[in-house]
Design a protein around this ligand. Structure first.
Ligand SMILES: NC(=O)c1ccc[n+]([C@@H]2O[C@H](COP(=O)([O-])OP(=O)(O)OC[C@H]3O[C@@H](n4cnc5c(N)ncnc54)[C@H](O)[C@@H]3O)[C@@H](O)[C@H]2O)c1
Length: 391
């Protein structure tokens, strides 16, 4: 099928992700059928989308809000999906519920309709396994908010027919997105490779090497990240961020590289979820402002640099390991981290800039000090570092 074949898209679930995906497709001149079990979810999505599209029209980002909005039909029965060429599911993150929805979808959709899940953490293979025709099932993972975040991870399951991933990559490009192709492995690219940004920062904090304010300032001021890890965790919400870490950790058979943090777990237990609950690592009740570091102070600057080296070298190690294991190609790994989580540069480019020998040496020091498997360099990083090769 060519891109022009995907003229009618079904979306299951009209929540945060579903309505965002519907907006993206409608803005790409595609007819959208948006379905939800809950009438009020549909009403909310309809109101929200109208507001958002009107605002975009005012800002002259789209020519007609009405035209885009009219491409979306809000329905509470699956029957209308018989006209869809592609259905993207964006309901609650629960394998059994998703499998049931896919089975119901298969009863109504056309034989050549593609079925995709927007899951962040479940195995696409296990969703496909519940279907009669698993060869047409794959993952299409948008980031929140879908209309603003360019990255889309396209994840063929092991049962997915050859070439379908590439077709969906082409379709996502035609929708104006920056798609990457990823193997069906826990966390796909972003939620796997980004783990050390949070966990290494938490480790440094737990060990009392620096305050959370200092770590955040170091990573923004010296590292060039848009947000520090503690601010970002508060922004994402600990209910989401902690659960992703724990899922990745369990899915990788408790690999110590992904060990979750008890400090973060306590916040979750206390209901200090971050911005959305008014409190997390930081208190948002008053005008919250992170202190800035005086980098002209040599000692401060040195300490900030060491924090950046430690966190970024751990991130580079994850990216290199993902490359080594064939999770994605180099270009897609770079796209994922720059377009999905807005890193200032791709991690492989960062490694080239610092030198793979330098990054390997940093990890080897950590490995020597801690004697923990958490700091083991990827086999590929060791090889590249020893020969000082570039990616
Ligand atoms: N929120 C994020 O940041 C984010 C990012 C990427 C991916 N995801 C994934 O996207 C999916 C949806 O997340 P969300 O944040 O939009 O959730 P949400 O809670 O905002 O929306 C889910 C919607 O699905 C509906 N729903 C539940 N069960 C249904 C069913 N059986 N049939 C039809 N509709 C049903 C609910 O009524 C609700 O409106 C999840 O798999 C999540 O992991 C979320």
């Amino acid at each position: 099928m060519s891109d022009s074949t995907y003229t009618t898209i079904g979306v299951v679930g009209a929540g945060a992700m579903g309505s965002g995906i519907a907006q993206v497709a409608a803005q790409a001149k595609t007819r959208v059928i948006l379905y939800d079990l809950q009438e009020d979810a549909l009403n909310r999505a309809s109101e929200q989308l109208q507001k958002i599209l009107n605002r975009l029209e005012e800002k002259e980002r789209i020519s007609s809000a009405k035209e885009v909005f009219e491409r979306i039909e809000f329905i509470n029965t699956l029957d209308a999906f018989k006209e869809a060429n592609l259905v993207i599911e964006a309901i609650i993150e629960n394998l059994e519920v998703k499998q049931k929805v896919f089975q119901s979808l298969e009863k109504v959709v056309a034989q050549d309709c593609i079925l995709a899940s927007n899951t962040s953490s479940l195995s696409i293979t296990s969703i496909a396994a519940a279907c009669k025709h698993p060869e047409r099932v794959l993952g299409i993972h948008f980031f929140n908010p879908a209309p603003l975040m360019a990255l889309v991870e396209v994840i063929p399951a092991i049962q997915t027919r050859q070439g379908l991933g590439e077709s969906m990559v082409a379709l996502m490009k035609s929708w104006g997105k920056a798609p990457v192709l990823v193997k069906d492995t826990p966390g796909f690219i972003v939620n796997r490779v980004a783990r050390p940004f949070y966990s290494e920062a938490l480790r440094i904090y737990e060990e009392g090497l620096a305050t959370k304010e200092f770590i955040d300032a170091a990573l923004t001021q010296v590292g060039g990240f848009r947000m520090g890890p503690f601010t970002l965790m508060d922004y994402i919400g600990h209910d989401v961020n902690y659960v992703v870490t724990e899922t990745v950790f369990q899915s990788f058979y408790q690999d110590p590289r992904y060990t979750p943090s008890l400090t973060q777990k306590r916040l979750l237990e206390a209901g200090w979820l971050g911005r959305k609950s008014g409190k997390g690592f930081f208190d948002y009740s008053e005008d919250f402002q992170l202190p800035t570091l005086d980098l002209s102070d040599e000692e401060v600057n040195k300490k900030a640099e060491e924090i950046v080296y430690r966190v970024v070298c751990m991130l580079i190690n994850e990216a290199v390991d993902a490359l080594y294991l064939g999770i994605a190609n180099k270009e897609d790994l770079e796209t994922a981290m720059t377009r999905g989580v807005n890193y200032p540069k791709g991690l492989l480019a960062w490694c080239n800039e610092w030198g793979s020998d330098f990054v390997l040496a940093k990890l080897d020091v950590l490995n020597q000090i801690y004697k923990e498997d958490r700091y083991r360099p990827s086999t590929m990083l060791r090889e590249y570092g020893l020969l000082n090769k570039k990616f």
